[in-house]
Design a protein around this ligand. Structure first.
Ligand code: NAD
Length: 452
């Protein structure tokens, strides 16, 4: 794909363009990878567009556009969330679906990648409107989702209650069989897994702790006393504040779409949650200073956690970051230009396809429980998650070391294959994670064979 073919004015901020650049960066270190296979792996299998009306509670008929992208089913059924946001675009959905494929491979759960979204502003819609949008969207997707083909989950502005509606709508259309596995992130009393609500944030905590134990960032082996700033105080960012605080970190700043708050001595996450429920925002909490979202990114801290949307850390603002480690709980928060600045400045980025993989990991556990009609204890789920995130983090850290120690051999293999390019430099953790993922997906693709 070239810049001329991507949508939007600034190709550098097109998430699908970025996702493809990330694959290309990793593929340079995989000299045996067939270029045609790489091209296939970079592109989604299909993108469905649906358009539908709903009768809103304000008495008008409004029309909506929704998308579902299946990127890959090479390693298992497609898996990925549903997002409700005014900025949803086909290329955003394509990018998010492809990141799901790579994420599932990094954490080694047997799913492929998918993602969906409806272009809408939930803040301007009633809960009844959102219910109708959900039911109609799922009905329009018809058999493009299913427990063994493509399995949705929550994402930005969707939650367990919406997943209950996804399940119910699909079940109404496919009665007489166990359909619980068609969607994950459901309420616990409707087949949801204990621990799923916290799983993305808890998985990020486990990955961070493992990276610290392995001295990925100098001078510290655990979170005790480390200062953490979090952008986004929703499902993922809000629970990350609670869990990182419980693990001994000091939460010095948080933000939501309206702005942020700071307290260098440390915020009490429980008070922030209560204030957000009362007022709809984190702004204005007593004892804290109101700041802008840009200020949150520039906060004096050890760990910065983007947990909102894509493209928050870019070439034009990466230099303001003061953290030594960025833990990407959002999908796609960092552009390649910002990555390059972080490498130059020695800032370690735990990439999204590793750091936020806890959500899909426990979604997989939910799907297994649904298929077996079981309910595991929260302790069992968390122990499995800890093990999975520890192994995935080790794998990515080990891959980085192996590649950087073996650059001469990789370069020699490239020359042998006649690749006319500049010598390879050392890789960061994002490229290491992509190498792990592409190797795993390509291995399965080749062993299954290119159909027919
Ligand atoms: P959410 O809707 O619950 O929360 C999003 C939060 O971001 C809200 O607090 C919102 O106010 C805030 N926000 C939006 N725009 C912002 C901005 N410009 N600056 C600061 N804050 C802003 O969504 P979520 O489920 O917490 O998802 C957050 C991120 O995590 C997304 O990138 C999502 O794809 C990713 N993610 C979510 C899951 C999951 O299980 N929910 C799993 C993996 C990755």
């Amino acid at each position: 794909m070239t810049a001329a073919t991507v949508e939007g004015q600034n190709a550098n901020l097109n998430p699908f363009f970025i996702a493809q650049r990330q694959c290309d960066a990793a593929a340079r270190y995989l000299p045996q990878l067939d270029p045609g296979l790489l091209e296939f792996l970079k592109r989604p299998d299909k993108l469905i567009t649906v358009e539908f009306p709903i009768a809103t509670t304000s008495g008008e008929v409004r029309n909506f556009v929704g998308y579902r992208c299946l990127h890959s089913r090479i390693r298992g059924p497609g898996k990925g969330g549903i997002r409700y946001h005014p900025d949803v675009t086909p290329d955003e959905v394509r990018a998010l679906a492809s990141w799901m494929t790579w994420k599932c491979a990094v954490v080694n759960v047997p799913f492929g990648g998918a993602k969906g979204g409806v272009v809408c502003d939930p803040k301007s819609l009633s809960s009844e409107d959102l219910k109708h949008i959900t039911r109609r969207f799922i009905a329009e997707l018809d058999n493009n989702i299913g427990p063994y083909t493509d399995i949705p989950a929550p994402d930005v502005n969707t939650n367990a209650q919406i997943m209950a509606l996804v399940y119910d709508t699909y079940h109404m259309m496919h009665p007489g069989q166990n359909n619980l596995g068609v969607v994950t992130g459901k309420p616990v009393h409707i087949g949801g897994s204990l621990g799923r609500r916290e799983a993305t944030s808890r998985g990020g905590l486990f990955a961070t702790l493992r990276a610290l134990e392995r001295s990925t960032v100098g001078g510290t082996g655990d979170l005790t006393g480390l200062r953490v700033a979090i952008q986004g105080f929703g499902n993922v960012g809000g629970l990350a504040a609670t869990l990182f605080h419980e693990a001994g970190a000091r939460i010095v700043a948080v933000s939501d779409s309206r702005g942020g708050i700071a307290r260098p001595d440390g915020l009490d996450p429980a008070a922030v949650h209560a204030h957000k429920i009362d007022t709809g925002s984190v702004l204005g909490l007593g004892g804290c200073t109101d700041i802008t979202n840009e200020d949150v990114l520039a906060t004096e801290c050890d760990i910065l956690i983007p947990a909102a949307l894509e493209n928050q850390l870019r070439g034009d603002n990466a230099s303001v970051v003061k953290a030594t480690m960025v833990v990407e709980l959002a999908n796609g928060p960092t552009t390649p230009e910002a990555d390059a600045i972080f490498v130059d400045r020695g800032i370690v980025v735990l990439p999204d396809i590793l750091a936020n993989a806890g959500g899909v990991t426990v979604s997989y556990y939910e799907w297994v429980q649904n298929n077996k009609n079981e309910q595991w204890t929260e302790a069992e789920v968390n122990a499995k998650l800890q093990d999975a995130m520890g192994r995935a983090t080790d794998c990515v850290l080990d891959k980085q070391r192996a590649v950087n120690d073996g650059l001469d051999a990789i370069q020699a293999a490239r020359v042998e294959r006649g690749v006319p390019e500049a010598p390879l430099g050392p890789i960061d953790l994002r490229t290491a994670a992509f190498i792990v993922a592409i190797e795993r997906v390509a291995h399965v693709a080749l062993d299954r064979g290119i159909w027919p």
